[in-house]
Write a protein that binds this ligand. Structure first.
Ligand SMILES: NC(=[NH2+])NCCC[C@H](N)C(=O)O
Length: 423
């Protein structure tokens, strides 16, 4: 079955420079991690206030300097294990050196109907003077009312005059930190996702531009686009080569899961998609908040739902049309699709209260660096102890500030290269 192409195997042991064409390839959650995309949090986090943190999807006001230290330690832990770390802001600045990319990203910001013509002209003029690094900074951290100078020669019009001092002319993107959600790789193709929450929609204009215009990604084919039905990367797990699980709930819609199935079937990237309904709540906004993989046949799962999670199985009929079957218990359906007798479950909590606390703090959201080796937040002591007992090594990282956005190591990383799993 042509669901993965073997001609494009990457050399994971051989890190590549940011510029120049490289082969990217991911066919599982656990194959040895070669390259990952991170975003070091910056001034966009300093935009969070008690007035806007809810709509910007943060549960607290992070201490920016400490969040950066925690993030640097996360990146260092990955590099120490031979992982190439790419930074989104660097790729964005390099992308903005391409004239079409700069024009497109600027135009997308200016298109906002909130601006009005006079302010739009003023913002266009302001942005036109910025070099690629500074423009990348504004696209990420936004532009505050106070940061835009207006005068008689450079008027901001009625909109600027009536704007609250605390409003943004360009909204910041504090959730770019969670690079998992705005794009995903399946095999050698990238999918730019379609984010559900208004505070995050503009993120995919950035990932779309990077993957279309940055020389490193020249020729990469797309398996999903931001104009399609809602789909977020945190909901997509590559259970095994050819087998995907897609959570549907607060973010990814059933229509998004069905669209992804059509696209991956048409591209020959998978033969089975398991669609997993999850509660439409903040605590379980993505499938990866309750389930991540830690070995080729093992998942770390929130115990309070492990036995109630169900799945609809989609396979392609001979015309490529998705056929839906189920629901069936998720663990059974997954094992069948993965051709295993059973999927091992590492239970995260000892009692329901500890489980609930550690799930909230992203205990279930681990990033596998290889089979049986993962990164997890150190604060989830009981979850990590359970993992160690099950023979999974945990690299603990601090996340007291990073965690205030409700995302753990998996959310904060988008793998671009993993060693292919042997089938
Ligand atoms: N893959 C994930 N679980 N991502 C977590 C994203 C958290 C982010 N604050 C949001 O609400 O969108």
């Amino acid at each position: 079955m042509p669901y993965s192409s073997t001609e494009v195997l990457p050399d994971a042991a051989n890190p590549c420079p940011t510029l120049g064409r490289v082969t990217h390839y991911v066919d599982s959650e656990v194959g040895r991690l070669g390259t990952v995309l991170l975003h070091r949090p910056g001034p966009e986090l300093a935009r969070l206030t008690p007035r806007n943190n809810d709509s910007l999807l943060f549960d607290a006001i992070p201490w920016v300097g400490r969040a950066q230290e925690e993030h640097d330690a996360f990146a260092a832990a990955l590099r120490e294990r031979g992982v190439e770390v790419l930074y989104l802001a660097t790729l964005l600045a390099e992308t903005l050196a391409v004239t079409e990319a700069r024009a497109e990203l600027t135009e997308q910001v200016l298109r906002s109907p909130r601006l009005g013509d006079a302010l739009r002209r003023r913002v266009a003029d302001h942005l036109s003077y910025l070099d690629p690094v500074a423009l990348a900074g504004v696209l990420i951290a936004g532009l505050a009312h106070e940061e835009l100078r207006v005068s008689q020669e450079r008027p901001g019009g009625l909109v600027y005059a009536l704007m609250d001092r605390h409003d943004f002319v360009i909204d910041p993107l504090p959730n770019l930190l969670f690079t998992r959600d705005s794009a995903l790789w399946i095999g050698d193709r990238v999918g730019v996702t379609s984010l559900a929450m208004p505070a995050r929609r503009r993120e995919s204009t950035i990932t779309h531009a990077i993957y279309r215009y940055h020389p490193r990604f020249a020729g990469t084919e797309f398996v999903y686009g931001p104009e399609l039905e809602h789909l977020e990367g945190g909901d997509v797990l590559l259970l095994a080569p050819g087998v995907l699980a897609v959570g549907v709930g607060e973010r990814t819609t059933p229509a998004g899961a069905e669209r992804l199935a059509r696209q991956v079937f048409a591209a020959g990237l998978a033969h089975t998609i398991l669609v997993v309904p999850i509660a439409q709540e903040r605590a379980t906004m993505h499938l990866d908040t309750v389930c991540t993989m830690v070995d080729v046949d093992a998942v770390l799962m929130y115990p309070n739902i492990a036995n109630t999670l169900s799945a609809y199985t989609m396979i392609a009929d001979p015309d490529g049309e998705p056929q839906v079957d189920g629901p069936a218990p998720f663990l059974r359906a997954a094992a069948d699709a993965m051709d295993l007798d059973r999927l091992r479950v590492i239970d995260t909590g000892l009692d329901p209260v500890t489980a609930e606390r550690e799930q909230w703090d992203d205990g279930n959201n681990t990033l596998a660096l290889a089979p049986r080796l993962c990164v997890g937040y150190e604060r989830n002591t009981q979850t990590n102890a359970q993992l160690e007992r099950a023979g999974i090594e945990v690299i603990p990282i601090a996340g007291s500030e990073l965690g205030s956005g409700r995302g753990g190591p998996r959310c904060m990383s988008c793998p671009l290269v993993r060693e292919p799993l042997k089938r």
